[in-house]
Ligand binder design. Structure first.
Ligand code: TRP
Length: 339
């Protein structure tokens, strides 16, 4: 079904501020790997239009958007190799989203678990944009005819909806215009958990800063947080199975593996019998070596707003070369006069 489409990866992230290790290992680093694999074109997007489906302070939104851009570049997204954009700077996303608002059904949207979670008991007070959020997400992806979308497990249902919207559009208009996108779901190995409670995801909203490593943390802070991470008194086992009931220990092994680009199995084998006190010292060294240069580069870029804005303007130009013809053709298919 997707054979006639150029292999193209699209993914997006909300500019919600406070980037942490979970964002880096779970998303950014995977995106960088896909960029460097060279098998697909890659388009990466800061989704500011999605962010405002719940209230955002304007100055904070602008700052978070530039910070996310700096984070992407510091993490290894190369704005020449990938197309790096801010969603509102490519108007075709919102334009296609309107068409999709007219393709998607109220019932489909009402079944989205993220909508139900975020709207909570007071859905009457939620914005209309929050309800339509997944249709805009489908537009983000399909405006580029993207074939592959790397996301976390929590976005799987939105990608199924994206496929449903593409299929219904194609069916209703009798065309084979939008691809049926493949989700590329994050595996457990890159899912980073809370440093104090290995059963919860690392999150920017946890009240304790000691539960997460922020991408802007300096070397001392990174090392201190790892040293103080919760573990248990037992040494490392000689196989992964020995970590089954030890979520905090397992999380540190996963983080090591992801940062050092190896497997959790190999980390356990190489450290079998070691006490966590020593393991954490070594892990802190690896983490500082990988993360401190990213924090430095982010700080450097954040000093130069003009440079960030130029990169985003150029990204928007490159994106529009792809998105404008797709929107034109969509309008033509739908019967909009003037093209
Ligand atoms: N909803 C996604 C999230 O919260 C962000 C997003 C917006 C996205 N548009 C996208 C992800 C398109 C993948 C593709 O993580």
């Amino acid at each position: 079904m997707t054979a006639k489409f150029t292999p193209r990866v699209f993914s997006g992230m909300q500019p919600s501020g406070d980037l942490h290790l979970g964002n880096y290992l779970g998303a950014m680093k995977r995106w960088v790997d896909m960029q460097n694999a060279g098998t697909h074109e890659t388009v990466y997007c800061m989704v500011d239009l999605h962010a405002i489906t719940v209230w955002q302070d304007p100055a904070a939104l602008a700052r978070s958007t530039r910070e996310l851009c700096a984070g992407f570049i510091a993490a290894g997204i190369d704005p020449e190799k990938s197309i790096l954009i801010n969603q509102s700077q490519v108007p075709e996303h919102a334009q296609l989203a309107w068409i999709f608002n007219c393709v998607a059904r109220m019932g489909w949207m009402g079944r989205m678990t993220q909508w139900k979670d975020k709207a909570g008991k007071n859905a009457e007070a939620a914005s209309l944009g929050l309800f339509a959020y997944p249709a805009l997400m489908a537009a983000d992806i399909l405006i580029y005819h993207a074939t592959h979308v790397p996301v976390g497990e929590d976005q799987k249902q939105h990608l199924e909806l994206t496929r449903d919207i593409a299929a219904k559009f194609n069916h209703d208009y009798g065309v084979d215009f939008f691809p049926i996108t493949e989700p590329v779901i994050e595996g457990a190995a890159t899912r980073v958990m809370n440093l104090r409670d290995g059963t919860k995801k690392m999150s920017k909203s946890d009240p304790s800063d000691m539960t997460r490593i922020n991408m802007t943390d300096d070397a001392d802070t990174i090392a201190r947080k790892i040293r103080k991470a919760k573990t248990d008194p037992d040494p490392l086992p000689d196989n992964l199975g020995g970590l089954d009931a030890r979520p905090e220990a397992r999380n540190l092994v996963n983080i090591w593996a992801a940062l050092a680009e190896t497997t959790p199995e190999a980390v356990v084998e190489a450290n079998a019998g070691k006490l966590f006190g020593y393991f954490k010292q070594d892990l802190a060294e690896i983490a500082v070596e990988k993360l401190a240069p990213i924090a430095d580069e982010m700080a450097r870029l954040m000093q130069d707003e003009g440079e960030i804005d130029r990169i985003l303007a150029r990204g928007a130009d490159r994106a529009r070369a792809l998105s404008a013809p797709v929107l034109e053709e969509t309008y033509r298919i739908v019967g909009m006069v003037g093209r």
